[in-house]
Design a protein around this ligand. Structure first.
Ligand SMILES: Nc1ncnc2c1ncn2[C@@H]1O[C@H](COP(=O)(O)OP(=O)(O)O)[C@@H](O)[C@H]1O
Ligand SMILES: C=C(OP(=O)(O)O)C(=O)O
Ligand SMILES: [K+]
Ligand SMILES: [Mg+2]
Length: 558
């Protein structure tokens, strides 16, 4: 049993199982009838054709439309939500759940999926690859057999140092005494040993061989395989930045993730853009291009190189747990808001992670402060919120997920009622004319959609670019993103307000795509007469003589 008391104790036996470091840790493991009405002019550009704004279009007489395939497209959770709450009531903020021993059975995973989990996160710091493989298998099974659309993310261990599992059930609180053994050269008497960013603290009072004799100065929560850091005069001593971002074990975990076809790889302790580029090159070579690379911002260095990291990656995680160890706590709220803003400007999805509903790791109700924190992340328009221990080891994971769900929906409604979206200013993103056209179409489409009060935006996308450019403007109506690429579908799961659907799309017949997809949703009884849909298309030419066709059309269901 792990116990920490305010007595002096001999540091022994719980040695970290991480890689070697300069301070000498062991490395052992470890997708009608159309009456066009032109309102826009021609835009000439390299490789691009016309931009049309069509309005007052009616949908009807759909005999010519080929029947949408039954069961294709919309996932069961979005379908249910749409039936229950209507288009505007659909939740925009995405939810990520860390899977651990408390939620890894097929039944538990199904409950999380039904509860709105968009992405399942597997933290490779914990458990075995066989255990993670089993979870991925169950998620794939649920997606295939029950019609869910849950993406899988693996999260690398990175340069973290853990204590071994102390063997206690989940957490040990209050007075406890710890027996651990550390073999660290650079640590001096007087240094402070901080567990999990301050959950418990010790002071080194004596070095005995490779052991450190420590005195507990702050007793507290001690999770199995807790992380720790050493401090001297208010500064970190044992720095993670001295460790490689991608260790041998991380590469083996990445290889595992690629072979299991995971959708996201989140990189821990990224300090600059290099490891992100390195991994993206590797994925390119492995023909695993649909795997998206997320960079976790959790070090001081990553904050200093934020823009280059955001530029290089496919998304960001504000990993507040470790970030709160590296920078003073009081800076976390402003840093989070800044990262969230930079990501939206640069059109990369951002996850706000760690301690959102931390007290629910133990208790069945969140603190009001936690609910306020969750709501603040939603108010900042983060793409996604993440549960860690709340779902992985806590007994109230499903309830924690429902609280994220309710808090997000509530704040999204408030933001809409307050017309907060209108104050979002977008920095110019694209450099080439075609990119700038796509960007302008999306900016204008969202402004029109909000002003006209359309019910839904439909967009057709190969790599997710148009869908994410729309999402970036945080529109009031949900964005139904139709794609024939499953990798794109799974990646869009992380983007604010985007409901990704897998459908067969024609490369050169946009009207057929529009008709098919509208019929798909109407066929399910989810589009009623009077509903207004905005259709945004950006058809890229498939051969040299074909023209691109970009349009914004507003269609009323009859
Ligand atoms: N796959 C897993 N197997 C066992 N325990 C896990 C797993 N994933 C997470 N946990 C537990 O849930 C806690 C919270 O998860 P997370 O925040 O991802 O990890 P960490 O605390 O290491 O940053 C971990 O400390 C660990 O105790
Ligand atoms: C999400 C985080 O990373 P991990 O749980 O892997 O430490 C964090 O530090 O907040
Ligand atoms: K990790
Ligand atoms: Mg971390």
């Amino acid at each position: 049993m792990a116990v920490a008391t305010s007595d002096s104790i001999l540091a022994r036996s719980l040695i970290t199982d991480r890689r070697s470091t300069n301070f000498g840790l062991k490395n052992e493991v470890c997708r009608g009838k159309v009456v066009p009405c032109r309102a826009g002019g021609k835009v000439k550009g390299k490789g691009k054709g016309r931009v049309e704004v069509k309005a007052a279009v009616q949908i009807g007489g759909l005999e010519e439309i080929k029947k949408a395939k039954e069961g294709m497209g919309l996932d069961v959770v979005s379908e249910e939500e749409l039936r229950e709450k209507g288009f505007l009531g659909m939740r925009k903020t995405k939810l990520v759940c860390t899977i651990g021993p408390a939620c890894c059975s097929l039944q538990d995973l199904e409950k999380l999926a039904l509860g709105g989990m968009n992405v399942a996160r597997l933290n490779m710091c914990h458990n075995t690859r066989d255990w993670h493989r089993d979870v991925i298998k169950k998620i794939n099974q649920l997606n295939e057999e029950k019609g869910f659309c849950v993406s899988v993310m693996i999260d690398t261990e990175g340069s973290q140092i853990h204590l071994l599992d102390h063997g206690a059930p989940s957490s040990v609180k209050a007075e406890f005494s710890i027996k651990y053994c550390v073999w660290m050269a650079g640590i001096e008497v007087g240094d402070e040993l901080v567990i999990d960013g301050g959950m418990a603290s010790f002071q080194v009072i004596e070095k005995v061989g490779n052991d450190l004799r420590c005195k507990c100065t702050d007793s507290g929560l001690f999770l199995p395989r807790a992380k720790f850091s050493f401090w001297r005069n208010g500064k970190l001593v044992a720095r993670n930045s001295e460790l490689p971002t991608l260790s041998k074990k991380d590469w083996a975990d990445i290889e595992f993730g690629v072979s299991e076809g995971v959708d996201f790889i989140a990189l821990s302790f990224v300090n600059d853009a290099d490891p992100v580029r390195q991994l993206k090159n590797y994925l390119y070579m492995r023909s695993s291009r649909s795997t998206r690379v997320l960079a976790k911002v959790e070090s001081l260095e990553s904050l200093q190189k934020l823009k280059e990291i955001v530029e290089a990656s496919d998304g960001i995680m504000v990993a507040r747990g470790d970030l709160g160890v590296e920078i003073p706590y009081e800076q976390i709220p402003t840093v989070q808001e800044e990262i969230t803003r930079v990501c939206r400007e640069m059109n990369k999805p951002v996850i706000v992670a760690s301690q959102l509903l931390e007290s629910m790791v133990e208790y069945p109700t969140p603190t009001r402060a936690e609910v306020a924190d969750v709501s603040e992340a939603v108010r900042q328009y983060a793409d996604a919120l993440m549960l860690s221990g709340e779902s992985a080891i806590g007994p109230h994971g499903q309830k924690a997920l429902s609280i994220l769900q309710m808090a997000s929906s509530r704040m999204e409604l408030w933001s809409r009622e307050e017309n907060r979206q209108s104050i979002l200013h977008q920095r110019r993103l694209g450099v080439s004319l075609p990119d700038r056209i796509a960007e302008q179409i999306c900016n204008c489409a969202v402004e029109m959609a909000n002003n006209l009060g359309v019910d839904a935006i439909f967009v057709y996308t190969k790599h997710g670019q148009m869908a994410s450019l729309l999402s970036r403007n945080r529109p009031y109506p949900p964005i139904f993103a139709f794609t024939s690429d499953n990798g794109t579908r799974m990646a869009l799961n992380l983007q604010w307000g985007v409901i990704p659907l897998l459908v067969e799309l024609s490369d050169d017949d946009m009207e057929a795509n529009i008709s098919t997809t509208i019929e798909l949703i109407r066929g399910k009884g989810m589009l009623k007469p009077g509903d207004v849909v905005m259709v945004v298309s950006d058809l890229t030419p498939t051969h040299i003589n074909s023209t691109a066709f970009q349009s914004i059309q507003v269609k009323t269901v009859v």
